[in-house]
Design a protein around this ligand. Sequence first.
Ligand code: ATP
Ligand code: MG
Length: 565
Amino acid sequence: MSDTKRALNFIEHIIEDDLGNSHTKDDLRFRFPPEPNGFLHVGHASSICLNFGLGERYKAPVNLRFDDTNPAKEEKEFVEAIKRDVEWLGFKWDKECYASDYFQQLFDWAVELIKAGKAYVDSQSSEEIAKQKGTPTDPGSNSPFRNRSVEENMGLFMQMKNGDFEEGEHVLRAKIDMASSNMLMRDPIIYRVVKSAHHRTGNDWCIYPMYDWTHGQSDYIEQVSHSLCTLEFLPHRELYDWFLDQLYEESKLRPKQREFARRNLSHTVVSKRKLLRLVEEGVVTGWDDPRMPTISGMRRRGYPPAAIRNFADTVGIAKRENLVDVSLLEFHVREELNKTSPRIMAVLNPLKVVITNYPDGHEEWLDAENNPEDETAGFRKVPFGRELYIEQDDFKEQANRKFFRLKLGGEVRLKNGYIIKAESCTKDKDGNVVEVQCTYDEKSRSGSGTEESLRKVKGTLHWVSVKHAYEIEVRVYDRLFKDENPDGHKDVDFMEFVNENSLTIIKGLVEPSVKEAKVGDKFQFQRLGYFNVDEDSIEGNLVFNRTAPLRDSWAKISTEINNKN
Ligand code: ATP
Ligand code: MG
């Protein structure tokens, strides 16, 4: 969908209003602020598309900001993965920023708060602090340390900074209002002691700022105009503004926090913490397992970045959380792959066909169109011979008139090849058909220009020549969770809904043109679906992921969406 054609979303309305009042176009700046504590998932992808999409629409810079204030959970590996994912989605950030670059400035501002009597060191345990928080309806009570003198606070804070205290002994709290109706305003903690090395600042610091004391200030330092976050941060907005009030200078631009609804996708979970459990408990092989809703998992599965962008565009952003059906994402994947992926023939459940009137030992190389959706894609040659494989379920000894595949006495066209007729079949001792004997109409070859080549028969089957078939490993995926909303059950852990049969590994046989395929190459296996070459491939054993089956359940969703609009 072109950006300029669709209606404005509510965030764009906010920006348009600001452009008419407080802001000029040059003021606009956005950011995408991941915490490098895991891999990005499809929810992040929508936040990326939102922020970078605004950047494109308003020709404004977008920063990639790592919100790296928790050294215990963050790693360089995640930073690299996040950068790769954002780039792969097709976006370019203006500045690469790190909250950790602002540690000194945040510390200096905290000192100013102390000096202004607006922050104090609390020496209670976290349990005691929690007890005094009150409830949403009852005010909290003051810490006995709330009225420490500026000197005492300064002394203790310096000692915290110098590593004189252990974790949990003291924290720095903003002195706001223990009776505020917003619990987050009840003297929030802004600094804590953490004695872990940071992936960027090493052991320079042993106190670390909390999210709330970091985020808005980072926006301010970078002069981000609109700081977009998910709805759970709505109650944080008051605090975001309170902190900015303490340091804001008139000559500067004042960032605004605005909230949108988290993107939830059906049949999966979108939370790094939960995805980590899937990895740690061995349900999947890693963050980039093709069943994972991570960007790296989707990339490995063969999802094109354009499909993810189009999906994000179609769903748009909302003010209220809802569950988006994963088939909508799959629809966009198919739509994109249909345009771009070369067709090949592969047989996944082979049944041998012998063409009894085809000359023994003879072979020919037939012209096959690479992609009917793309005129520039050209043709390739596929080998044809007396012995072929077709899919087992493309043959039945007897079937009714609606079965347009091969049945005894019936005709089908072999894709790019001849019309064949099933004459007889051979069965094993259990009664399974193991071979079908056919005859072919030698004048019926597709593209040969003869009258017979134009003859229409109802069914067209894909096939692979026995002599030239190349064996591959195929990984067929099903949904990772059996439940539509595994995360949505109050008393049941989402892990209970894991689908134990989400991966099936089979052997497949493909036409020889596929032998040279490289990791990441994408194909449509005709009549079967979209497949791509997995990085587990080694010389002599190509591994394919089934990206998506060919048929879609889009019809159902499209009606749902139309009904909603
Ligand atoms: P998680 O709970 O998975 O760790 P998070 O919000 O803690 O997610 P961050 O790295 O802090 O992860 O998020 C970076 C940005 O992505 C934030 O602006 C956040 O609001 C946004 N984001 C995270 N998850 C989603 C989601 N499901 N839908 C939309 N935006 C999201
Ligand atoms: Mg987070």
